[in-house]
Design a protein around this ligand. Structure first.
Ligand code: WTA
Length: 654
């Protein structure tokens, strides 16, 4: 063990262990002096201006670093840049030209890896940018990307950025219907998709799903990557093969001069309503935060091999599976398939074979590996690893320690990064060369940012107390700038505690006087299921749209591996009998409407849902039921007997 627990904190009944960086970690780290926090806090705007100059090459410097016009804010006003230029051209001019940018590992173990150097990636991106132009895509147009984990996804994203088109990536496990909803909202002109891909040894025919998503939308052209060589339906005049278009494309496309506040991408995410929102990230600020968080959180050096296991369809994939590592000129690993294909050691065999040094995943994956047993990682030499990261949900102490010891060999700290689709990049975490690393405590606010924990009336909490997490301005440069065509939803983030605070919807506890923060989970009706963000309202809409259903309420129940899972309480039409077949039907219906990641873990049929006198479903009661917690006061209920009945019907205990 290179780093040891040096003290026990008694402020918490659970007595967390506190770890500090080893000398080796400290010596190597970009940051190893904690005065950075104080320095940055003196003048956060000047701090970010300095980082923006050092990290990004601007075509023209900004006139004003930060402008706050509540509830809006701008960074690097009138600054001009191109993020694809920063991720590619910049490196191609240096020795990094022939450095591996992406090591791609296909799922079938007998298929060869593909390595794209920075120069390879540069050429592909230039060519595809020209292809997009030839299809009529202009600056500001929206391009849908519905691709699995293959390098064409990064190529397509960077090609959009090169010409100033706005990409909107949709998770490939979402259904065609979900794709369509997002494409309609974004009014996309072109969609990039694939014939199919491998998932746990099976072929997934994504093109068929994509076709459902394109029909009836504004999409005029579809570009199809040939990954599998399977037979797919190609619509004459609309659908084109990627490889055919690329054959004749010129390999240089001059990067468009982009304003710092031009939109880089939209990413749809779940909120508390039934409709996903298109979170807008703008170019300049996002580039700066992606660059510095990638570099400092994961201490990326030129010799590192960085693997972020998140799918590109989520924000983690955008920032740490594409922009961040490429901006800093790192080598990153991309894996197409399932963690347990062909066996439960696939990830560890990749770490060993490719010499991964920095590894970033979700707590849910760690708990899954814990359950599969330590014999799987033990089969492999994981000595290349030096830093581990997690994201997406709170990590329990047991998983943290297992990860650090069984995967990290006791050498590797776990960087527990808290952030959101809305924040664009990480915001609360410890830094590898500074520490401390405290299981279940994410860490301090990233230098130059400030978070507070408030009670319901807006009073700041003291050490040891829990409340609601907010970010205080100046808001981090990578934060959302709007919700696509829905400013009212954007304004909600700045309405709970007034315009000075961005409201996160997360509960948190102030850990110590250093500023360390423990996150305790969402306080709204958004769930984190195996790290995936899901809205109960979307799921309820999906289930109630089934012809047999009258009413439905979805709540999150705790789950040992996935963190949380949806449980659906469903009332059926009078004439309809509940049955196993109906359960299967409803699950299928959710697959088709949203996608398999949203499948309820349990469907409970009930004759009546607990309601208030005004007819509102009391989710609080259902939440207590699935947690086996005391129900509390039921006097405000219109139908208190429904609770007793639910207990009897469902078998939940108090
Ligand atoms: C949760 C993922 C605890 C949190 C990048 C947040 C976390 C939501 C952590 C955003 C963490 C993310 N510890 N909770 N380290 N990281 N969360 O938009 O509830 O998919 O609000 O972004 O994930 O999920 P999203």
């Amino acid at each position: 063990m290179l780093f040891k627990p040096i003290m026990w904190i008694k402020k918490d009944p659970e007595k967390a262990q506190v770890f500090w960086p080893s000398d080796e970690l400290k010596e190597k780290a970009w940051l190893n002096d904690e005065t950075i926090y104080k320095e940055a806090a003196k003048d956060p705007v000047a701090f970010w201006a300095k980082l923006a100059r050092e990290g990004i090459e601007w075509f023209k410097e900004w006139d004003e670093t930060y402008r706050w016009e509540p509830p809006y804010y701008k960074w690097f006003v009138n600054g001009k840049l191109n993020i694809s230029y920063n991720a590619l051209d910049r490196h191609v001019k240096t020795w990094r030209r022939n450095k591996a940018a992406i090591i791609w590992v296909p799922e079938p173990p007998d298929e060869k890896e593909r390595v794209l150097t920075y120069f390879d990636l540069y050429r592909e991106v230039n060519k595809f940018a020209n292809v997009l132009r030839s299809l009529g895509v202009k600056k500001g147009d929206r391009v849908g990307i519905y691709l699995p984990m293959i390098p064409e996804v990064q190529i397509a994203m960077l090609a959009c950025a090169r010409i100033g088109a706005i990409h909107s990536v949709v998770f490939s496990a979402f259904s065609g219907k979900s794709l369509k909803e997002r494409m309609m909202d974004a009014e996309a002109k072109v969609l990039v998709t694939v014939d199919g891909y491998y998932r746990r040894g099976k072929q997934v025919n994504l093109k068929a799903e994509a076709d459902k998503g394109v029909e009836g939308t504004s999409i005029q052209k579809v570009v199809v990557v040939q990954r599998m060589g399977i037979d797919v339906n190609m619509v004459e005049g609309r659908d084109n093969w990627w490889h055919e278009l690329m054959k004749n494309a010129d390999d240089y496309c001059k990067p468009e001069v982009i304003d710092s506040e031009d939109i880089l991408y939209l990413l749809y995410t779940s909120g508390t309503t039934g409709k996903p929102k298109g979170v807008e990230h703008h170019t300049g600020g996002y580039a700066v935060q992606a660059y510095w968080t990638a570099k400092w959180d994961f201490d990326l050096h030129d010799e590192d091999v960085f693997w972020c296991t998140a799918d590109i369809g989520w924000v983690t994939g955008h920032t740490y599976g594409c922009y961040g590592p490429l901006l800093v000129g790192a080598t990153m690993l991309e894996y197409e398939g399932a963690p347990n294909y062909p066996q439960e050691d696939r990830w560890w065999s990749i770490v060993e074979n490719c010499g991964v040094t920095v590894f970033y995943t979700a707590p849910t994956a760690i708990r899954m590996f814990m359950q599969w047993g330590e014999e799987w990682p033990k089969k492999h030499n994981l000595n290349s690893l030096r830093i581990l990261g997690t994201v997406g949900e709170p990590i329990n102490e047991e998983a943290w320690l297992w990860y650090s010891h069984k995967i990290g060999g006791g050498r590797c700290p776990v960087i527990d990064t808290w952030w959101q689709t809305e924040t664009g990049g990480t915001l609360i975490n410890s830094l590898p060369g500074i520490g401390p690393f405290i299981p279940t405590v994410a860490g301090r606010s990233f230098p130059g940012t400030q978070h507070e924990i408030l009670d319901e009336s807006g009073n700041p909490m003291s050490v040891g107390e829990g409340g609601y997490l907010v970010q205080k301005g100046p808001f981090a440069p990578g934060m959302l700038r709007n919700v696509w065509r829905n400013p009212a939803r954007y304004k909600e983030y700045f309405s709970v505690y007034g315009e000075k605070y961005y409201y996160t919807s997360d509960g948190a506890r102030k850990w110590d006087a250093l500023g360390n923060i423990r996150l305790t989970g969402r306080v709204d009706d958004v769930m984190k299921v195996a790290g995936h963000r899901l809205s109960t309202a979307e799921l309820e809409n999906a289930i109630t749209s089934h012809e047999a259903v009258v009413e439905c309420a979805v709540v999150a129940a705790p789950h040992d591996i996935k963190g949380e899972v949806p449980v659906a309480f469903v009332t059926l039409k009078k004439e309809i009998e509940s049955s196993d077949k109906l359960i299967k039907d409803l699950i299928k219906h959710v697959d088709v409407t949203i996608g398999p990641t949203a499948r309820p873990d349990k469907i409970v049929f009930t004759s009546e849902l607990p309601k208030t006198r005004s007819g509102k479903i009391m989710r609080r009661i259902l939440k207590s039921l699935v947690r086996n917690q005391p129900i509390g006061d039921t006097t405000t209920l219109m139908n208190p007997e429904s609770v007793r009945r639910l207990r009897e019907e469902v078998g939940y205990e108090e």
